[in-house]
Design a protein around this ligand. Structure first.
Ligand code: GLC
Length: 729
């Protein structure tokens, strides 16, 4: 019986080498022939041809993609009947934005800037996943992103280090609570370590190469925040970093993660990432890949079988010391112990809990609220919000009545459980209102198109329900173009030209997993609402926004470009030696495109409301900051519009010069507040020395000098609050 961590050492001492190595293997759950006639779980990577001996199958340490309690219960039972030492299996799954009740995709949820709601979404996901027998979720994904071509931006918190950190920490708190082994909690796994979001050309699995300066000042914050919050597991990324695959990268996993950051938890490879080091041209064969990964401290190999095929021989030949394996097995068994699996291997299988919690009213309500807060109002000429007693609405487009609005990585969420936009509107429009829906807009003949036009003209409002098919983003779904599907674009332009300017009652609602090129629509469509993939309650949430039950408050966490040609695009960039205006009057020789602005069409931190907020009298209380002190910037926000609304007030700082060039501006704090019409509130930010610091040559430093302080409603809409002079003494 394992009653403490000392017992684990005894257990390890009683294990054979083969049993220890099998603990380091994670089996894809769809290998169901061993587990008799099981429902196969979702496949989340290349299947490949692998051998699964009975001996291996009754000794693997963990299984991924088993997603329901009854299946997991049977597997655990059969497994323990065969496993010599009765070491329980651990179950892992990608619960990224909900398990059965699906929340907005992470890039959408991030736009809520609401850490409490994001944490709560993870708590709901943990409750739903844990009753299904899952112990570990492969979340938070903390990869900072700057390239909308990459399909996995949908899974990321966005382009800002501070937000990435706060969101990662909130998710870990939500999943793990105070004890990841407690009922309704999950152990969390932060991924993909490291800098996977910087894949060159936005092409998935592609090369990552960057300076330590960039890595530490932008890309690592999200992972580190998860570790500081006590995350139990770290997953390696597929990419190379500076010529070495992350999965064998000792700089990352030994020097930084273990030594500098003192991470005591478990490291798991990504799917096949160990064997793929041969394709990278880093390992001569699977045996070398196994050696390199285990020496880098990768405890669990996911799916590929280099460990089980090679470690025994490598140890017998003295290439690897057995204690490397013992260390890995100890971390794996410690996690099982912490999760309470030794005490009760069946504790998480709760079929009644699935009945009670999956898609329950409370969870749907939370999903609906976060979905509404994640939506970003990009344009509005006043057509929104629609009148509550509106008498006729036409909804046109492929997402008009579609449940395919969950996005990738939606676990066991189902379209059939999802509230569509049509249903959401029907739930809220008066019974007398006319609602016309045209889901088909491609390849229309003249009559069909004419019917839509005349219906649009007769309606008080027309909602264009358009966007990307869900599988145009997510893993392995990078795009060279970031436009709406061609047939949607063609239809929209044709419809706009069929309406006179004053007739245009069009509201575009976008369902997509990445920033898109929206310039033409921004100029020709009265209102644009970015809805992302809003999840199970998506239709209700969109209707809440369109009809004004919820005043939109989302703010972008990833820049929307004029064109994909601007990639990589991010707000916290450096000045360059030839910024616009470096030479008074010089309009040619500066860092620019000759055919579009440098800036984003819609910048980081941008989002409109149905009301307006005035920023008044923001100023620094003092202009000097001595080491160890703090400074304050204070002002007022007035809701100068005619309805209640939420505003995310953002604090940015610019370090004018340093031993390394510094960004033009960096988000350092924010406050999301709610004000009634006409209400004003005092807002105050505390500026600390830590906010002025940056990483340079192995350590965080603060240098004397001037810092500009801004407060505003986006990275572009900023109010200067004065200059702060920092001095050491
Ligand atoms: C995938 C993803 C990773 C996921 C894992 C298991 O390839 O890269 O994010 O957690 O495999 O599904």
């Amino acid at each position: 019986m394992i009653n403490n961590k000392k017992d684990i050492q005894k257990l390890i001492d009683s294990m054979t080498l083969e049993e220890k190595i099998a603990q380091m293997y994670q089996l894809p759950g769809q290998v169901y022939d061993f587990y008799s006639d099981r429902e196969s779980g979702p496949v989340t990577g290349p299947e490949g041809l692998r051998e699964y001996t009975q001996d291996l199958l009754f000794n693997v340490g963990s299984v991924l993609n088993i997603t329901e309690a009854s299946t997991a219960r049977k597997i655990q039972k059969e497994y323990l009947e065969q496993n010599r030492l009765e070491i329980p299996l651990m179950f892992m799954f990608d619960i990224i934005h909900g398990h059965k009740t699906i929340f907005p995709i992470p890039l959408g949820a991030a736009c809520s800037w609401n850490m409490n709601m994001i944490e709560e979404s993870a708590r709901v996901a943990a409750r739903e996943g844990s009753v299904s027998g899952i112990n570990v979720t492969f979340s938070p994904m903390a990869d900072l992103v700057r390239d909308a071509r990459w399909g996995r931006v949908m899974e990321s918190p966005g382009e800002d280090p501070l937000l990435n950190a706060r969101i990662s920490a909130a998710l870990v708190r939500g999943y793990q609570g105070s004890d990841p082994g407690a009922k309704h909690n999950l152990a969390a796994c932060v991924k993909h370590f490291a800098a996977y979001g910087a894949a060159e050309a936005g092409r998935d699995y592609n090369t990552v190469d960057m300076s330590e300066y960039r890595l530490f000042n932008y890309y690592l914050q999200g992972y580190k925040a998860a570790l500081d919050e006590g995350v139990k597991m770290v997953m390696t990324s597929f990419n190379t970093l500076n010529g070495v695959p992350a999965t064998a990268n000792k700089d990352l996993f030994c020097d930084l993660l273990r030594d500098k950051w003192d991470f005591q938890g478990t490291v798991i490879s990504d799917w096949d990432a160990v064997s793929e080091m041969v394709y990278h041209g880093y390992s001569s064969d699977g045996s070398e890949a196994a050696r390199q990964a285990v020496e880098a401290g990768v405890d669990i190999e996911m799916v590929s079988q280099e460990y089980v095929n090679n470690l025994t021989e490598l140890i017998e030949e003295g290439v690897i010391k057995e204690n490397k394996v013992d260390q890995a097995v100890e971390r794996i068994l410690n996690l099982k112990y912490e999760l309470g699996l030794f005490a009760d291997p069946f504790k998480f299988f709760d079929e009644q809990g699935e009945e009670k919690y999956h898609l329950c009213e409370e969870h749907r309500k939370k999903a609906r609220r976060l979905a509404a807060e994640s939506m970003v109002l990009l344009e509005n000429n006043g057509i929104l919000p629609l009148e509550n007693n509106i008498s006729s609405v036409t909804v046109v487009g492929p997402f008009a009545d579609s449940g395919e609005i969950l996005g990738e990585w939606s676990a066991v969420g189902r379209a059939e459980d999802t509230v569509t936009l049509k249903e959401g509107l029907k739930n809220q429009l008066s019974s007398k209102a006319e609602l016309h829906v045209f889901s088909k807009i491609a390849d229309l003949n003249k009559t069909q198109f004419g019917e839509i036009v005349s219906r649009v003209k007769e309606s008080e409002a027309t909602v264009l329900a358009v966007g990307e098919p869900q599988n145009w983003s997510g893993e392995a779904n990078s795009r060279g173009r970031i436009t709406l599907p061609e047939k949607q674009d063609r239809f929209i332009r044709r419809l706009v030209s069929a309406l006179d300017e004053q007739e245009s009652n069009l509201v575009m609602v976008l369902f997509n997993g990445r920033p898109l090129e929206l310039e033409w629509y921004s100029e020709n469509i009265p209102a644009l609402l970015e809805a992302w993939y809003p999840g199970t309650e998506g239709g209700n949430a969109v209707a809440d926004i369109l009809l004004g039950r919820v005043n939109p408050s989302g703010k972008l966490t990833m820049s929307f470009p004029y064109s994909v040609g601007q990639m990589p695009l991010y707000y916290n960039r450096y000045s360059t030696g030839r910024p616009r205006g470096y030479e008074p009057g010089e309009e040619h020789y500066y860092s620019r495109y000759i055919d579009m602005p440098n800036e984003a069409l819609y910048p980081f931190g941008y989002g409109l409301s149905y009301t307006t907020f005035d920023y008044q009298n923001f100023a620094l209380e003092k202009n000097e900051l001595t080491a160890g002190e703090e400074a304050r910037v204070t002002g007022e926000i007035l809701n100068s519009g005619d309805c209640k609304g939420q505003e995310t007030v953002q604090l940015y700082i610019q370090d004018f010069e340093g031993s390394r060039v510094r960004p033009l501006k960096e988000l350092k704090d924010y406050q999301k507040i709610e004000l009634a019409a006409g209400e004003r509130a005092e807002i105050s930010f505390c500026i600390t020395e830590e906010m002025l610091s940056y990483y340079c040559e192995g350590k965080y430093i603060v240098e004397e000098g001037e810092f500009a302080v801004f407060v505003g409603s986006s990275a572009h809409d900023l109010n200067e609050c004065g200059t702060l002079y920092y001095k050491k003494s």
